[in-house]
Design a binder for this molecule. Sequence first.
Ligand code: ZN
Length: 203
Amino acid sequence: MKILCIGRNYAAHIAELENERPEEPIIFIKPDSSVLPKKQDFYIPEFSNDIHYEVEVLVKIKKVGKHISEAFAPSYYDEIGLGIDFTARDLQAKLKEKGLPWEKAKGFDGAAVIGEWLPKTLFENINNLNFKLLKNDEVVQQGNTSLMLWKIDEIIAYVSTFFMLKKGDIIFTGTPAGVGKISPNDYLSGSLENKELFTLKIK
Ligand code: ZN
């Protein structure tokens, strides 16, 4: 199983990090070892002093495919979820500055939080889903999939021109504005259309 992540997919998040708006989707990969085991707390790793949460809508791929057209993309997934792309922002900034790959900042153990899955049939339009992240019961990130620069089916078409998609692969579709730092004893919870899909304690 692999995790494909899209970077800079919401204009407001690009602005808050003062990044350039990309001409094509930015893709990076998290290894399967980055998945935080269910019901486990997240331990802030000792190599970073600035771990950021990034709440993101997730898509689980259900069958193998490559060079998938946008029109056929919907037949490659039945489930939609929500998760966190934890990012060691201090480490990422250093790597970016040197033009080096981000993997250490994005792919470390526990950096991928994957919540419960919901059948896509539950939703009328997956390109109009509200989602949010609460930190200590306060809303810190709020998004709607209509604000994605590249929508789910476009992402599947794009990534599958480079990477064969396999059953069980997960796509992280990018984070909206409002990313921020976590501290020990924080409590996070994420909801998609007001259904809570994960809760998480920070240690
Ligand atoms: Zn992200």
